[in-house]
Write a protein of this length. Structure first.
Length: 279
């Protein structure tokens, strides 16, 4: 198989007037990868190191969630972010002729994966959740260090390369991964006028997210939790709460790893995902 490229896997779907961008590769059972919600995030930026291996055995769909990447910056009222994104995913799967899909979600993508499993259980296979956005804490301070940077990114003087670097530094254990190129790339996307407008209206308030920690018993699907021991965005104590609260879950903790298991340890991530999905 030749190396997969961003442009070579890029596709669009019109879902009742909402344009959704996604990447697709491989054949077999469907696996959907859902990225996190940091400024400048996209499915390719989160999972470009994983689509190649996973698509050797599965049909991989990497959706740019509404408001991110090349998907529409739709302004919607009366519905929370998780429910809206889950509904968009349900429509995308139907558009692609997919009856059921396994879901792999990081951070906000994990939140949307759980909301999808609650709202569309018949369309949901297995779940792999990497430090999903669950707003519950017992010992560690709240909001977390990373959450302060995330929700404060557009406040005050607004977006800047300096704010982007500070935010990205909370996502990884190895600070060498926060390169000038990565900072500039994510900053430029985050500073686009339409992105700024959408984020301020739709994303900058944590209250736009459902309190799914109250509903974990509604998710009976087989679930693998992947967590960085050194996560400064979604602290490890939340993993212990989730593995005790989800009816059918197991937990793998990765040392010397922050919020991005799939980026900091891609080979381990790919192996763990494939082993879990193959069972």
């Amino acid at each position: 198989m030749s190396e997969l490229t961003e442009s070579g896997t890029s596709k669009f779907a019109d879902l009742d007037g909402l344009k959704i961008h996604y990447h697709e590769a491989g054949k077999g059972e469907a696996v959907v990868l859902l990225h996190g919600g940091g400024p400048g995030a996209s499915s390719w930026s989160n999972f470009r190191g994983n689509i190649g291996e996973l698509s050797k055995k599965y049909r991989v769909i990497m959706m740019d969630q509404p408001g991110f990447g090349k998907s529409d910056r739709a302004i919607y009222e009366g519905e929370r972010i998780g429910a809206f994104a889950a509904r968009a995913l349900s429509k995308l799967l139907k558009h692609l002729g997919i009856d059921k899909a396994h879901l792999i979600g990081n951070s906000m993508g994990g939140h949307v994966s759980m909301k999808f499993a609650i709202d569309y259980p018949e369309q949901t296979g297995k779940l792999i959740l990497m430090a999903p956005a669950v707003q519950v804490t017992f010992v560690t301070p709240a909001p977390s260090e990373g959450s302060k940077h995330l929700f404060g990114y557009y406040r005050g003087t607004g977006a800047s390369p300096e704010k982007m670097r500070a935010f990205l530094s909370t996502l990884v254990y190895d600070q060498a991964m926060v390169t000038d190129e990565l900072v500039q790339q994510r900053y430029e996307i985050s500073a686009e006028p339409k992105t700024v407008e959408w984020t301020k209206k739709m994303f900058s308030n944590p209250g736009r997210f459902e309190e799914l920690w109250r509903e974990l018993d509604k998710i009976p699907h087989k679930t693998l939790l992947l967590w960085g021991r050194d996560d400064r965005v979604t602290p490890l104590e939340r993993a212990l709460f989730m593995v005790q609260s989800l009816p059918n879950a197991e937990l793998h903790v990765v040392s010397k790893c922050g919020h991005w298991v799939m980026i900091e340890h891609p080979q381990l991530f790919n192996r763990l995902c494939l082993e879990f999905l193959d069972r």
